[in-house]
Design a protein around this ligand. Structure first.
Ligand SMILES: Cc1cc2nc3c(=O)[nH]c(=O)nc-3n(C[C@H](O)[C@H](O)[C@H](O)COP(=O)(O)O)c2cc1C
Length: 352
C-alpha cells in the first residue's frame, strides 16, 4: 500500500478546542512586516495580505504591541487604540469573508527596544541586563541597558496584555496568541540570563513563571482558554543566552499551562532541528515531552517534513512562516502536490 501523501496528512482537520476545528494542519506563523500605517494602524493592504492566505488552517498575525512602550521595530501594528481596533476589524472581516480563521499575536518587546521608540525613556525589562547589538533599521543605533520594572508596573503590564486580548476580540479575531517567545518580555522573565529578580517574579522556577502565568490567566479571563495559545522558546536563541537551569523553569511553566486547557502551545524558533544542550534535544522535543496538549511546530518546515512530523506525532500542527510569504497559495500548492516558490528576503519589501 502507498504511504499517505503530504496533502493527505496535512489537509486533515484538527480540533483546536470544543468550538474551533481547523480544516487542515497548517498554520501561518506570526511574521512582523513593518507595514502598519500612521498611529500603528493596520492598513487595507494588510487585510488583503492575510485574506489571500485564508486557506491556512489558522492564520496567526504578526506581533501586535499591547502598549506603546512595547515597540522595538518600525511601523508594527498596535492593539491598544480605537483606530487600531478598527484597522484590525477590516483584517478579520476580509479573512472571514474568505472562509479563514485568524488569531492575533499579543506582543511587548521589553528590553529589545531603544529610547528612540520610547520618547527618550529607557526600555523596560525584568532586570537591568544590557543587550548587545544594533537596533534593526535604525541607522546604526545600539541597544543599551533597560530599566527593571517594579511589581506595580508588572501588574500594569499584565493588564495591558489583557486589554490587548479584549481589543482583539472586539476587532473580530477568533482568538489570540500570547507572544512568550523569541527573547521578548515574557521570555525575558523565563530565562536566568535576563531575570535576576529576587522578589515574587524571580529566583525560583515558580517565581520566574509567575509573570507568564499571570498574563495567561488575565488573557483567559477575557477570551475563553480554547481561544488562547502561547508561543514559547525554551531554548534561548535570540537576544538571549541559555542557562542550564532554564529547563526547570519551562518544566514548571508547562505543568501549570497544562492545567489551563489552552488552545495550543507554539514553538518559537527559526530552525526546528536546532539542538539545545541544556534541553537535551530540540525545543520541539522538549515541549512535546513536557506538555500533552496541542503543539504547533515551526522552523524550516517543507511540506514533506511537516507531513512527517504530523504523521509521527512530533507535532499536531505545522506552522509555515517564510513559505507563506513566498506562496500565498501554499495550501493549494500542497493540495496539488506542486513545488513551492523559494523565499527571498527581497519579498519583505512588498506586502503581496
Ligand atoms: C520577517 C519575519 C518576521 C517575523 N516576525 C515574528 C513575529 O512577529 N512574531 C513571532 O513570534 N515570530 C516572528 N518570526 C518568526 C516566525 O514566526 C518563524 O518562527 C520563523 O520564520 C521560522 O519559520 P519558517 O522557517 O517557516 O519561516 C518572524 C520571522 C520572519 C522571517
Amino acid at each position: 500500500m502507498d504511504s499517505p501523501s503530504p496533502a493527505e496528512i496535512l489537509l486533515s482537520p484538527s480540533k483546536l478546542s470544543s468550538d474551533l476545528t481547523l480544516p487542515n494542519r497548517i498554520a501561518m506563523a506570526p511574521m512582523t512586516r513593518s507595514m502598519a500605517g500612521e498611529g500603528l494602524v493596520p492598513t487595507p493592504a494588510m487585510a488583503e495580505y492575510y485574506a489571500r492566505r485564508a486557506a491556512a488552517g489558522l492564520l496567526i498575525t504578526e506581533g501586535a504591541i499591547v502598549r506603546a512602550d512595547g515597540q522595538g521595530y518600525p511601523d508594527v501594528p498596535g492593539i491598544f487604540t480605537d483606530a487600531q481596533v478598527e484597522g484590525w476589524g477590516l483584517v478579520t472581516r476580509r479573512v472571514h469573508e474568505e472562509g479563514g480563521r485568524i488569531f492575533l499575536q499579543l506582543w511587548h518587546v521589553g528590553r529589545v527596544s531603544h529610547p528612540s521608540y520610547l520618547d527618550g525613556e529607557l526600555p523596560i525589562a525584568p532586570s537591568e541586563i544590557p543587550l548587545e547589538g544594533r537596533v534593526p533599521r535604525s541607522g546604526g543605533l545600539s541597544y543599551g541597558t533597560p530599566r527593571a520594572i517594579s511589581v506595580y508596573e508588572i501588574h500594569e503590564l499584565v493588564e495591558a496584555f489583557a486589554g490587548g486580548a479584549a481589543n482583539a476580540l472586539a476587532a473580530g479575531f477568533d482568538g489570540v496568541e500570547i507572544h512568550g517567545a523569541n527573547g521578548y518580555i515574557i521570555d525575558q522573565f523565563l530565562h536566568h540570563h535576563t531575570n535576576r529578580r529576587d522578589d515574587a517574579y524571580g529566583g525560583t522556577p515558580a517565581a520566574m513563571s509567575r509573570f507568564a502565568l499571570e498574563v495567561v490567566d488575565a488573557v483567559v479571563a477575557r477570551a475563553d482558554a480554547g481561544r488562547v495559545g502561547i508561543r514559547l522558546s525554551p531554548g534561548a536563541y535570540f537576544n538571549m543566552e541559555s542557562h542550564p537551569d532554564d529547563a526547570e523553569v519551562f518544566r514548571h511553566l508547562l505543568g501549570k499551562l497544562e492545567e489551563r486547557g489552552l488552545a495550543y502551545v507554539h514553538v518559537g524558533i527559526f530552525e526546528r532541528t536546532t539542538v539545545f544542550e541544556d534541553l537535551h534535544g530540540t525545543a520541539e522535543e522538549f515541549l512535546r515531552k513536557n506538555y500533552s496538549g496541542t503543539l504547533i511546530g515551526c522552523g524550516g518546515f517543507t511540506p514533506e517534513s511537516a507531513a512527517a512530523a504530523v504523521a509521527d506525532g512530533a507535532v499536531d500542527l505545522a506552522a509555515f512562516g517564510r513559505g507563506f510569504i513566498a506562496n500565498p497559495d501554499l495550501i493549494a500548492r500542497i493540495s496539488a502536490g506542486q513545488t513551492l516558490e523559494p523565499y527571498d528576503e527581497e519579498m519583505l519589501g512588498r506586502l503581496e
